[in-house]
Design a protein around this ligand. Structure first.
Ligand SMILES: [Zn+2]
Length: 373
């Protein structure tokens, strides 16, 4: 993959400057969504029938899993698993990371677990020297969300929702002032919607199987309420169920999580297309924080020593993103997501020399290497 060279000098002070020489894009809003630890193997190949017996307590009947997820060739099974991704994003947008077909996406951090992955996605660069655990430490690096929120055009119009309780630290809410609703947090403030009041009641009364990390149904529903009420221009949603169920060795629940998260994303997209602020002016970016292993029970885990855990995927759907579908060649990196998000909003995000460059094809700079399948 080649990248379009931006001719403007970098604004190293703010890390952000307008891309005045780039043709005006139609994107005015961006929604970034991550599915924690969702493997490219299932994204592109659908359910793996050989793992159906690796479910313990949830959706543990191999015959039912075979009926619900294991029918037909990989092209059919991936459509069953993630019907919005394959029926809409792959047809109207771009999808990267199908390694057997020749499209590669990798993390550049060497940790291959969540905090380093979200740091790389959201700040645009790996930081192996400082971000090397999942401990709740305030991130010394500024995220693209924080930098955008400092711009007058985006001030107060950026929000983050996540299932994992570490997001307030990853996004350094103390410094950034970003609104972050994550973990067991409730909706707060005046003017709670009936939906938010109900969610607050349900979350308190629904102990999470993952401890401090809540189920994605809450994260999604809080985020959708916020979207309808506050109309942010930049929204980040970090889903976590896929990773938690995989760590638990619950392959059936992992598959169900992928499927219902895909449905959340469809509902969100349909809302965006029904609203005048968002319709035809909003780009959706989808990715994951890390891959997982392959052989035996290695699909359950990830980390520095796990072969394949650096392998991820990335997708984009929006008015400036040509419908080239699943890529069959090229190499992308996790550190390109932040600059791509900013570039869609007409901003050049390059706070350090290590910051990844925007994915040109997402911005309509289709190269000869990104061709349709
Ligand atoms: Zn994990």
């Amino acid at each position: 993959m080649r990248f379009t060279a931006y001719l403007l000098p970098l604004s190293l002070l703010s890390g952000l400057s307008a891309l005045a020489q780039t043709p005006k894009l139609r994107t005015e809003n961006v929604v970034l969504i991550t599915l924690d630890g969702m493997r490219w193997q299932e994204v592109f190949g659908g359910a793996d029938s050989t793992l159906f017996r690796q479910s313990k307590h949830y959706y543990a009947d191999p015959k039912t899993l075979q009926k619900d997820f294991g029918q037909g060739p990989p092209e059919q099974r991936r459509q069953t698993l993630m019907p919005f991704l394959w029926g809409t994003v792959a047809k109207q947008g771009q999808l990267y990371g199908n390694r057997p077909a020749g499209s590669l996406v990798n993390v550049t951090n060497t940790m291959r677990f969540s905090y380093p992955g979200y740091n790389e996605i959201l700040t645009g660069a790996a930081d192996d020297a400082r971000i090397k655990s999942n401990d709740p430490l305030d991130n010394p690096n500024k995220s693209v969300l924080e930098v955008l929120n400092q711009q007058p055009a985006f001030k107060g119009k950026v929000a983050a929702f996540g299932s994992w309780e570490a997001y307030p630290y990853i996004l350094n809410e103390k410094r950034s002032g970003l609104p972050v609703n994550a973990g067991q947090r409730l909706a707060t403030g005046p003017g709670l919607t009936p939906g938010e009041q109900l969610l607050n009641q349900l979350e308190v009364a629904s102990p999470s199987p993952f401890g401090e990390e809540r189920l994605d149904a809450f994260t999604y529903s809080y985020a959708l309420e916020h979207l309808k009420k506050n109309k942010p221009r930049v929204l980040y949603i970090g889903f976590g169920d896929t990773d938690d169920w995989a760590h638990g060795g619950e392959y059936g629940a992992y598959l169900h999580a992928a499927q219902y998260t895909d449905q959340f994303i469809r509902q969100l997209w349909e809302y965006l297309q029904s609203d005048p602020q968002y319709r035809g002016k909003t780009t959706l970016l989808l990715t994951t924080d890390h891959g997982r292993g392959v052989a035996g029970t290695q699909w359950q885990t990830h980390g520095r020593e796990v072969v394949g855990a650096d392998q991820i995927w990335f997708a984009a759907l929006g008015p400036d993103t040509p419908a080239i579908g699943p890529a069959t060649t090229g190499q992308l990196y996790q550190n390109q997501v932040a600059a791509t998000l900013a570039a869609l909003l007409g901003q050049d995000y390059a706070p350090t020399p290590a910051t990844g460059k925007p994915v040109g094809a997402v911005l309509g700079h289709v190269t000869t290497t990104a061709k349709a399948k």
